[in-house]
Design a protein around this ligand. Structure first.
Ligand code: KG4
Ligand code: ZN
Length: 336
């Protein structure tokens, strides 16, 4: 019997991107529209929640209409609506959720709640079907976690950061050497042309799967201040390379341990920092060394977008995870 194709409309508004996407069968992107507010928040050195919410309100219907038009589809062609219910900025999340509920109510479509990090993991399914047991290396602005999956939509946390997320650390280090927000991609670019000449401490080498980035961040800030006080100029490329080397090494050490002891067949990276050239190279090398299959989301799916939410939403839908209109946003919800 031929199964009917399922079209999921994904909605993502957890931070400063307003995005809608239509994805077929959890793996084929039909159309995605992302309206980013980076230029608006740049002047403040980070995302201002109140401004983000107001801009989501301004953009949301325009982005929806553009997405349907790009896909050449109407709401009647959609099977279900997947919405990021959390975590994220509460005001921003609520704008997307209200839009999702309204569409669900008016067009009588099932409402599928999707955790933002599940979305980042499923961005990989848009390139290559996930294979299990899978290790997702989650590296975003708000999260750093190792998540194991033994089947679709079953997540098990192996470990996580005990303090700062790796993306947050990239951004703070970037700020201390005067790179504009968001500093992560700029720092990654600088690191490519530098050498790791500055000595920085490798955090949490011990035996579990947890991470720590606040000590590394403080070490970089202290180093920069000390050099400034001594009238020495910082070599930004070398500092970026030194920071990146240690940050990546701490991820790789724990990932290797998980791959070996959890019988992992497939590794994916998820979240904004998955766009990092340095991290992609280190994970590729690790995959070759340990003979494990690896996939990365394309750069456009690394940072926040609704295609990943629609992809995850398909598997949540198949798993029967349908919410009613009492669904609420959660700024701080755990994936597992
Ligand atoms: O996943 P994301 O868009 O937002 C969260 O869900 O947190 O991740 C944003 C983070 C920021 O910290 C940003 O600096 C970082 O991802 N990022 C990068 C790169 N592109 C984005 N970090 C390092 N290298 C990059 N190329
Ligand atoms: Zn994200």
């Amino acid at each position: 019997m031929i199964e009917k194709d399922i079209y999921i409309l994904g909605i993502e508004t957890s931070c400063d991107e307003t995005s809608f996407s239509i994805v077929k069968n959890g793996c084929e992107e039909i159309a995605t529209v992302i309206s980013s507010q980076i230029d608006i928040h740049k002047d403040y050195g980070g995302v201002v929640p109140e401004i983000a919410s107001r801009n989501h309100v301004k953009n949301i219907t325009i982005v929806l209409e553009e997405c349907l038009e790009k896909a050449n589809m109407k709401m009647k062609d959609i099977d279900a609506i997947a919405i990021t219910y959390g975590p994220g900025l509460i005001g921003s999340l609520l704008i997307g959720l209200e839009a999702a509920k309204t569409l669900s109510f008016i067009y009588n479509k099932p409402l599928i709640p999707v955790h933002h990090i599940a979305g980042h993991i499923y961005a990989n399914n848009l390139v290559k079907e996930l294979q299990f047991p899978l290790l997702a290396i989650v590296v975003s602005g708000g999260h750093t976690e190792l998540v194991k999956m033994t089947s679709h939509y079953k997540f098990q946390k192996l470990g996580a950061t005990l303090d700062d997320a790796i993306g947050e650390c990239y951004d703070k280090v970037a700020r201390v050497i005067n790179l504009a927000y968001p500093g992560g991609p700029k720092l990654d670019k600088l690191a490519k042309n530098g050498e790791a000449t500055y000595k920085l401490p490798l955090p949490l080498k011990d035996d579990d799967y947890n991470f720590s980035f606040s000590g590394l961040k403080s070490a970089v800030i202290n180093l920069v201040h000390n050099e400034e006080q001594r009238g020495q100029e910082i070599n930004k490329e070398n500092l970026a390379a030194s920071f990146q080397k240690v940050a990546i090494e701490s991820i790789i050490i724990k990932a290797k341990k998980a791959i070996k002891s959890e019988n992992i067949k497939h590794i994916v990276i998820a979240g904004g920092v998955a766009a990092s050239n340095g991290l992609r190279k280190a994970i590729t090398d690790m995959g070759i060394e340990l003979e494990v299959d690896i996939s990365f989301p394309p750069i456009k799916y690394c940072t926040d977008n609704a295609a990943m939410i629609a992809a995850a939403g398909y598997y949540a839908y198949k798993d029967g995870r349908i919410a009613d209109l009492s669904l609420n946003s959660k700024s701080n919800d755990k994936l597992c």
